[in-house]
Design a protein around this ligand. Structure first.
Ligand code: PAF
Length: 281
């Protein structure tokens, strides 16, 4: 596995794949890898001859310096996991190359970035699209894989890719879950044992919503079902519950007439966790 510490190194490596006519997949990450990331790697490997993973804890998508500082890092473990998975190349770019001195260029999906989770974390999605556009440009892959768990992020990256005409197929990969249903996240390790046990309520609430059989299924009914399940878990503080049109992320009300995305977030002992599900009428 080739480890590149500069963009130039990575470009040279990818050029050698291209020269051999190989198809290249990209998995952008912020490191501290878990099974969810490895599912992205597997998805990229299914589609491509070569897989490049980037590890970059992107400062522009963190609201507070403290969050950036607290973000877990373990490069050696990440490399070992990627090597075992048969990844071809890892790019760990220095911050000065991703954001050169005097940098003043941003990429933003102006509507989608400033709704839903974007309202709770101002500037977050602008940071994501700004770095993803740069990573796309560094690696120039054929395919890039993103988790469906970060549903709004996936939709935003798709919109940016279309708007800027990047010749890249953005692939959404289903969420990988712990045995009890909790969506994998690098934040899970920060939960104490009681909060970790309680956190399964997120998935339980979505299961309830999905299997809820009333006719017609309404947005208000879904909302009430989910809220009741979350409120039944005293360790959970419901932070966000958005039920939106699955493609546009527009708010919907009344009977479901098209697929709806449920975006759920709750805090457990101060740790914010998210989960999502697309449900059908
Ligand atoms: O989902 C993530 O880990 C990050 O938002 C991403 C896409 C790697 C951009 O920094």
């Amino acid at each position: 596995m080739k480890i590149c510490r500069t963009i130039a190194d990575c470009r040279a490596e990818v050029a050698s794949y291209r020269a051999a006519g190989e198809r290249v997949g990209l998995v952008p990450t912020m490191g501290f890898l878990h099974e969810g990331h490895m599912a992205l790697v597997t998805a990229a490997q299914e589609d491509c001859d070569r897989v490049v993973v980037t590890i970059f804890v992107n400062p522009t998508q963190f609201g507070e310096a403290a969050d950036l500082e607290a973000y877990p890092r373990d490069e050696d473990r990440d490399f070992a996991m990627l090597r075992t998975a048969g990844v071809d190349c890892v790019l760990v770019p220095p911050v000065e190359e991703v954001y050169p001195q005097g940098d003043e260029t941003i990429v933003e999906t102006t509507r989608m970035a400033n709704m839903l989770h974007g309202l709770v974390r101002p500037g977050h999605f602008r940071g994501v699209t700004t770095v993803v556009a740069r990573l796309f440009n560094f690696v120039q892959p054929d395919v890039a894989c993103f988790g469906e768990k970060d549903y709004q992020q996936l939709k935003i990256v798709r919109r940016m890719t279309r708007d800027l005409a990047f010749p890249i197929e953005v692939r959404g990969v289903p969420t990988v879950r712990e045995a009890d249903g909790l969506a994998m996240s690098s934040r899970n390790v920060r939960l104490g044992p009681e909060d970790r046990a309680a956190a399964r309520v997120l998935c339980d609430a979505l299961d309830h919503a999905e299997s809820w059989a009333a006719t017609p299924r309404t947005v208000e009914g879904l909302r009430a079902t989910i809220t009741d399940v979350i409120k039944g878990q005293p360790r959970a503080t419901l932070k966000g519950l958005d039920i939106v049109e699955a493609e546009t992320l527009d708010e919907i009300t009344g009977p479901l007439t098209s697929p709806a995305a449920i975006m759920l977030s709750a805090e457990f002992g101060g740790i914010l966790l998210i989960d999502q599900r697309v449900v059908f009428p």
